[in-house]
Design a binder for this molecule. Structure first.
Ligand code: 6LW
Length: 524
């Protein structure tokens, strides 16, 4: 069977997976975006559908004052006796410093609402839960031990967050920086502690250790790291292969068994668009695992590829030997909708009165704008592939100073906005580009008439081309922007990725009505 990596493309990092019967569930981190922790479902491990998000209420996820790439860090999802648990950290990364709140939510209905948070009295990030055969539940996550950062553990009550033991250091890893992202598993009488090391960037790796006791001591796997793409040596055949895609920063993994005896690893990686620059985020990947002499061997020890040739996953549907995965293209007719579909996200906690459906999606400008640290009238979907065609139709806001349109948004300091300004037959479209503290504006393109406006983005690996005009007519070019200037590395390290978004700002109470949105991907 063949399938494509990433299995969940775009900004879907820090994947955690669990199986309940024939169903697999997967969650990702979401940082300053709301709702928090996207929740995916699959029956075959390669075709994934987003059910919704775990954190849908402000009481579960307060984000006001949350800095760029603060908020929700790596989550873990587990099922125990029919109840699902999700544990994560809300990181308040603001100018005031760095504080972490670890908490657990649970649900007995995976398609329903989740509980309010049960908070833990523990600093640190990347929490995970493990149930032993005797029913005892343990927290593992980052901890400061005598020799620095390590993985720590305590026993707890997962419904209340109450600690039932002291915290003990378990493992410092193999010597890479940032030992983090741990998960504990039990197999054939061994406790396996798998962690990420090296930092989430280009030195990322996954390592594992085992012990006969849940408290250790843990012995490191003789062939650590079990997964890394740092220092990848490529053969000529690989580089000449037209299906070759460069994946970097592989790590932050979780293991799952598929009931047919197969084991699989999900983790994240990035696809640079240019040497060591990536802009669409850390993406969820899948590879097979074999157990040899009591240790996991990931993907036969080989580098991870885009087109994976592997054993069948359970229940997979094949077309010409290739698994049917879907491409996450999206077409929305907002005139027929009453609520947004699961893939849309807001920035921080939305001002609810700024969003309503009335013959389309009506965005009302509030006090915040895309350049600020509040919650602008913005809603977006994650960019999933380099190549895409994005189109929107709107009745733009016409108030003085109002701006409405389409944005390619990474952070408040890194976004390209295709925006309509002016009113009546004095309307213009401008491409405004904000990169760090630099702002440029294109020559305005005049819009004929006063009716609806069509906006379009053609996305490529190198960047974006922007167009505007009248629906149904040939659109006029407005400008271009380079993807490299919206990359994580240019921003000195974000944990997120680019969104395609709709926005309205500049003049409080200004309103834009979006009738249609379409995003069509061209998979590499
Ligand atoms: C995640 C941690 C990490 O919690 O990045 O660098 C954090 N490492 O594992 C955000 O994804």
């Amino acid at each position: 069977m063949k399938y494509r990596n990433p299995i969940i493309p775009g900004f879907y990092p820090d994947p955690s997976i669990c199986r309940a019967g024939d169903d697999f569930y997967l969650v990702n981190s979401s940082f300053e975006f709301f709702p928090g922790v996207p929740l995916y479902h699959s029956r075959d491990l390669v075709c994934w559908e987003q059910l919704g998000s775990v954190l849908t209420r402000k009481s579960q996820l307060p984000l006001s004052g949350c800095g760029t790439s603060g908020g929700i860090f790596a989550p873990t999802i587990r099922e125990h006796n029919g109840r699902f648990y999700m544990i994560t950290t809300n990181v308040n990364k603001s100018s005031r410093g760095f504080a972490t709140a670890n908490f657990i939510v649970h649900t007995d209905d995976i398609r329903g609402e989740w509980s309010d948070p049960a908070f833990l009295d523990h600093e640190g990030i990347d929490p995970s839960l493990f149930w032993d055969d005797d029913g005892n539940c343990y927290y593992v996550g980052t901890h400061f031990g005598e020799k620095g950062q390590c993985i720590g553990q305590f026993q707890l009550n997962p419904d209340t967050g109450e600690h039932l033991s002291e915290t003990r250091p378990l493992w410092y890893g193999t010597g890479g920086r940032c030992p983090e992202g741990p998960h504990m598993y039990k197999k054939d009488g061994w406790y396996y502690l798998m962690i990420a090391e090296g930092g989430t960037e280009y030195g990322h790796m996954e390592t594992i250790a085992r012990s006969r006791s849940v408290w250790g001591p843990f012995e490191s796997c003789p062939h650590n790291p079990i997964l890394t793409h740092r220092d990848l040596m490529l053969s000529f055949e690989t580089m000449a292969n037209p299906n070759y895609v460069e994946f970097e920063g592989t790590g932050h993994a979780d293991l799952v068994d598929d009931k047919d005896g197969g084991w699989w690893l999900v983790f994240h990686a990035v696809r640079p668009s240019k040497s060591q620059l990536h802009h669409i985020g850390r993406e969820t990947m899948l590879v097979p695992v074999e157990w040899v002499d009591g240790w996991p061997v990931v993907n036969g020890g080989r580098a991870v590829e885009a087109l994976m040739e592997t054993r069948d996953t359970p229940g997979v549907q094949l077309a010409d030997g290739l698994a049917e995965q879907g491409d996450f293209s999206l077409e929305e007719d907002f005139t027929q909708m009453q609520k947004l579909s699961p893939s849309w996200a807001y920035l921080r906690n939305p001002h609810e009165e700024s969003y309503r459906f009335d013959r389309g999606l009506v965005l009302t400008a509030g006090p915040d704008c895309l350049d600020g640290m509040g919650s602008p009238s913005f809603v977006g979907i994650r960019q999933r592939q380099f190549r895409a065609l994005v189109e929107a139709e709107l009745e733009p806001a016409s108030q003085d100073r109002a701006q409405s349109g389409l944005t390619v948004f990474h952070t408040n300091e890194h976004h390209y906005d295709l925006m309509v300004t002016g009113s009546g037959d004095e309307r213009n479209v401008i491409l405004r580009k904000r990169v760090c503290d630099m702002v440029t504006e294109s020559t305005p393109v005049a819009l004929p008439g006063s009716g609806p406006v069509a906006l379009k983005i053609q996305s490529h690996k190198w960047g974006y081309e922007f167009f505007a005009g009248t629906p149904g007519e040939t659109l006029r070019p407005v400008g271009q922007g380079l993807s490299q200037l919206l990359s994580t590395e240019v921003m000195a390290g974000t944990f997120t990725g680019c969104f395609f978004g709709l926005f309205c700002q500049g003049s409080e109470e200004a309103r834009a009505r979006f009738s249609r949105f379409r995003c069509q991907y061209i998979t590499f």
